[in-house]
Design a protein around this ligand. Structure first.
Ligand SMILES: [Mn+2]
Length: 326
């Protein structure tokens, strides 16, 4: 029954894509799954011959710039929405994450054009006119694999590369709890279609071999504090740290996973000071009995049970008590 419903949803989304004149595809910034899903969907629309534009609210992260088509992705201001009669939002739990929260978007929504949301965050607000939300999926890229399979869309080598990257990054190379049989099976099919596993791993998981990142890790790890009341380890990255290591915010994809290697903590929290005057909080846990998405929601954020995040206005300042958010 469930499989039937997914099949119907896929056909419905496919028919909307075929009928559209020009589609805007959006996702959230700095994540392998988001960028992978965006580019794979672009490959599919190109194959359909539908006019489209790919857009992210920020630049493509440095670890996924190798993906085919990454240079095509626009990331400055949101394109004028009047030129699109359909929007597809991938891997973004709400309009803000997708970068769609402006007044023009509110206006666009009143026209009644389709807004298709495909996502696996269980905190997804269902902000589309068509919502396909599967919190059991390992990655949005795993859902898109099902989508292409359902509508019998051939998956090219380029699309397979993008999809496998999303599955690998969201499952931490099949090491975290998001890993499931469907993800492994999809990965196996994507390898058959030519996805270069070794290349993807080299770009997305060997970042620590980069000397600048190792230096940053050194600074961050040396400052980790432990709050025994909450069983929480807290680390922070300041703009000063980034400057000292010659890095930018876009080099930090996957950094929060460092918190996962600490044994015997309940939650890891990485606070990153961003150049736009906000602090980004990234929460990780390896435990089944803790839901970090609920924690993030208290600060207006969201995510998954084991990985979530939020953003708050603020910056770090040195005080007598050490680094504090002001
Ligand atoms: Mn994802």
């Amino acid at each position: 029954m469930e499989a039937m419903r997914i099949q119907e949803t896929c056909y419905h989304i496919h028919s909307l894509c075929v009928q559209a004149k020009r589609i805007l595809v959006v996702s959230h910034e700095n994540c392998g799954d988001a960028t992978g899903a965006l580019l794979a969907f672009g490959g599919y629309l190109a194959d359909l011959g539908v006019s489209y534009e790919l857009w992210l609210p920020g630049p493509v992260g440095s670890t996924v710039q190798f993906l085919p088509g990454a240079v095509e992705v626009a990331h400055t201001t949101l394109p004028a929405l009047e030129q699109f009669d359909m929007i597809v939002s991938l891997d973004a739990a709400d309009e803000v994450q997708a970068g769609l929260e402006n007044a023009e978007f509110k206006q666009w929504q009143t026209i009644g054009n389709p807004l298709v949301v495909i996502d696996h965050h269980y905190t997804n607000t269902g902000y589309g006119t068509v919502n396909w939300i599967n919190p059991h999926a390992a990655a949005t890229c795993a859902m898109l694999y099902d989508y292409f399979f359902s509508i019998k869309q051939p998956i090219t080598r380029k699309m397979a590369t993008c999809l496998l990257t999303g599955i690998l990054t969201d499952t931490g190379s099949f090491s975290n709890a998001a890993t499931n049989q469907e993800a492994l099976s999809a990965a196996s099919e994507l390898l058959i279609r030519g996805a270069p596993l070794a290349t993807i791993i080299r770009h997305t998981f060997k970042a620590a071999e980069n000397l600048a990142l190792l230096r940053l890790w050194g600074r961050v790890l040396s400052r980790i504090r432990y709050r025994s009341t909450y069983g929480m380890a807290i680390a922070c990255i300041t703009q000063h740290d980034l400057r000292m290591c010659g890095l930018t915010e876009n080099d930090l994809d996957g950094m929060a996973n460092v918190m996962n290697v600490i044994k015997d903590i309940r939650v890891g929290l990485l606070l990153t000071e961003l150049s736009d005057g906000t602090i980004k909080g990234s929460l990780r846990t390896t435990r089944d009995d803790i839901d970090v998405a609920q924690f993030a929601a208290q600060f207006g954020g969201g995510g998954h049970q084991r990985a979530a995040g939020f953003k708050l206005p603020g910056r770090f300042a040195h005080t007598k008590q050490g680094l504090q958010i002001i």
